[in-house]
Design a protein. Structure first.
Length: 133
């Protein structure tokens, strides 16, 4: 039996994976690594954080990477900070920016904002799992 909080699909396990992705997003960028890849991990951290809250609330979690869609599933009385709401913009890093394509490369300031938003979502999710508003 897995240690408590690590059961497949448990909110705590989703949050554990969110923290892992956030740690990857925060690493000092090694030579040759694109900001797009680090932004992907920021997006994943936010996505998994929100999914942990949905699971806590017994809300079915769709298979989507769209953070706006996930936020819309939360009950209307859910308290979302402005940064958590802004995290919907991270959805663009889920798929398209991970592959060569016709888009502007991610610059360092954009990357830093992605990490800031992911940090806000993971922090919010942690507070929700601890019985926050």
């Amino acid at each position: 039996m897995p240690p408590e909080g690590r059961e497949a699909g448990s909110p705590r396990n989703w949050l554990r994976h969110a923290r892992s992705d956030l740690a990857l997003a925060r690493i000092q960028r090694p030579a040759g690594v694109l900001f797009e890849g680090l932004c992907f991990h920021a997006q994943q951290a936010a996505e998994k954080g929100i999914k942990s809250v949905l699971i806590t609330r017994a809300i079915p979690v769709p298979q989507t990477h769209n953070i706006g869609t996930l936020l819309d599933l939360l009950p209307p009385e859910s308290i979302l900070t402005a940064l958590v709401r802004q995290a919907a913009s991270l959805s663009e890093y889920a798929v398209s920016s991970r592959y060569p394509g016709d888009f502007e490369p991610v610059e360092e300031m954009e990357y830093r904002e992605a990490v800031r938003l992911a940090e806000a979502v993971v922090s919010w999710a942690e507070s929700m799992l601890q019985g926050g508003p």
